[in-house]
Design a protein around this ligand. Structure first.
Ligand SMILES: Cc1ncc(COP(=O)(O)O)c(C=O)c1O
Length: 488
């Protein structure tokens, strides 16, 4: 057996299993069916003392995970904000593993380094960010925030004569983050990782449109104008996809010498669409931005992007030079911009996704998801007992379900809404997640998958209608209707 053929059986089995999975998505339940107990029973085996053929490992892996894999790669998955994978991106991701390059530096993989240069250029162009911005390909938006906010923190403190890179944070002036109250939890965690602490974040009240008002921000800035400040703005908040008004807020924040960071985990992608671009007007004047490839671009996990308008601050926060690594001034050394050192060549899948779609294809993907979200949310809201809470402006909407029993209270409606979402999930026809928005439980509808089509939308609406009927009749054991007592 030559060396190459040692890989063939396992890879061929993996290919066949992968195709079987992807090609069955249309007909399979969207939610996982296997219980925690079953999965533990199958997967928590004693570690075998002897090895086994690689293809057997793959076959058993597939058998043992059966029923525990969500249908998130398919077109009827509308939970959280989770994209699928484009064919070229998925295939390129496999190649990335086959090549097994260390994407830390040019010396470890010249091709990967240049692929990332291309990704940076294309992404800045598509997202409407300045040419001179530096960038990093991170594991997700969480680490993109950490990367960008490390640059922000160090730059703000450097202006006050404090060099974080050398001196750390003990004794440093405190930094505050002013944001709308709709900020994502990944910001909270970034403040913990960066030594700024969760108390550094102040969530300011948003208006009816879910946006931070200029007057509210100005009041907060004025409150302590000399405190080093990061203003965090939303390009698509997690519940309703709200956009702060960048054209007003960024110049205002800059008047107070604040650093403006934009969380655009999915919302930054609206810039590629002629229909939605206006939502991002002025965003290019921010100081840093974070977004994801694994959400709306439909690149496999893990794929996030950080961009910083001040490359020196970014580089100071991240770079490292070591005697055992050669440095080449002609190239972009990825580890000078990333929080990690050795890592996978995650640029390859992004490169492939952008090549497969082209500029027009990315725009069509964004428009298509927004159209599907609109049809889904308005279709579901038209069902008896459903209430439209947020009509999608982009690809996110909210619906609430009203308990039809006389005297039902807000908390009954909350329970009814959760029960309805669970009933749809149990049907296997579609999957939505829940959220609490403005104090009320809602079904959160998010469309991020390139595969979602009109049939998927119709099927999902029919599944919700069916679940509503079952709930109303008390058919389901977990239906609030089937409970013997009822509060009034
Ligand atoms: C608005 C927003 N910001 C940040 C994140 C974090 O992104 P990631 O999971 O890629 O780290 C998410 C979603 O998970 C999000 O919706």
């Amino acid at each position: 057996m030559n060396e190459t053929s040692a890989f063939r059986p396992a890879l061929e089995h993996a290919l066949n299993h992968s195709l079987a999975h992807l090609e069955s998505l249309e007909h399979s339940p969207v939610a996982a069916r296997a219980s925690l107990h079953t999965l533990r029973e199958r997967l928590l085996k004693p570690l075998n003392s002897e090895g086994m053929p690689a293809e057997q490992v793959i076959d058993e892996l597939v058998a043992d995970t059966a029923g525990g894999i969500m249908g998130s790669a398919g077109g009827r998955f509308f939970g959280w904000v989770i994209g699928g994978s484009l064919p070229a991106a998925l295939a390129a991701d496999w190649l990335t593993s086959a090549w097994d390059q260390n994407a830390a530096s040019y010396a470890c993989s010249p091709a990967e380094a240049v692929i990332e240069e291309a990704c940076g250029d294309w992404l800045k162009d598509l997202l409407g960010l300045p040419d001179h911005a530096s960038f990093a390909l991170t594991s997700g938006c969480q680490m993109a925030h950490v990367t960008a906010l490390a640059a922000a923190r160090n730059a703000l403190l450097a202006k006050r004569g404090w060099q974080v890179e050398r001196d750390g944070l003990f004794g440093a002036p405190k930094i505050r983050i002013l944001s709308s109250d709709q900020f994502h939890g990944s910001i909270t965690r970034a403040t913990r990782l960066l030594g700024m602490g969760t108390d550094s974040v102040t969530g300011l009240r948003t208006n009816q449109a879910g946006q931070l008002d200029a007057a509210t921000l100005e009041l907060a800035l004025e409150n302590s104008p000399d405190t080093p400040t990061i203003v965090l703005l939303q390009a698509g908040d997690l519940n309703i996809g709200a956009y702060d008004c960048f054209a007003d807020l960024i110049p205002l924040a800059h008047r107070y010498n604040a650093w403006v960071h934009v969380d655009g985990a999915f919302g930054l992608w609206a810039n590629v669409s002629a229909r939605y671009k206006h939502l991002l007007s002025g965003v290019e004047h921010a100081d840093s931005w974070s977004t994801d490839g694994h959400k709306w671009l439909n690149v496999p996990y893990d794929s996030g992007f950080a961009f910083v308008a001040h490359p020196q601050a970014h580089r100071n926060a991240m770079s490292y030079e070591a005697s055992y690594i050669s440095h080449n001034d002609q190239v972009r050394e990825q580890k000078d911009w990333n929080p990690d050192w050795s890592r996978r060549g995650r640029g390859v899948a992004t490169y492939a996704a952008l090549r497969q779609l082209g500029r027009r294809g990315v725009a069509a993907l964004i428009d298509g998801c927004c159209d599907a979200a609109h049809s889904l949310v308005t279709g579901i809201s038209a069902l008896p007992g459903a209430e439209l809470m947020w009509e999608p402006q982009i690809n996110q909407g909210l619906v609430r379900f009203l308990d039809p029993r006389p005297g039902a209270t807000e908390s009954d409606h909350d329970e009814w809404t959760d029960a309805l979402t669970n009933a749809v999930l149990a049907s296997g026809e579609a999957l939505f997640s829940n959220t609490t928005w403005r104090g009320k439980r809602c079904m959160r509808v998010s469309v991020c998958n390139w595969q979602t089509n009109g049939q998927d939308v119709a099927r999902a609406i029919a599944a919700v209608a069916q679940a509503l009927r079952e709930l109303d009749r008390g058919d389901r054991h977990d239906s609030p209707r089937s409970r013997p007592t009822f509060r009034v």
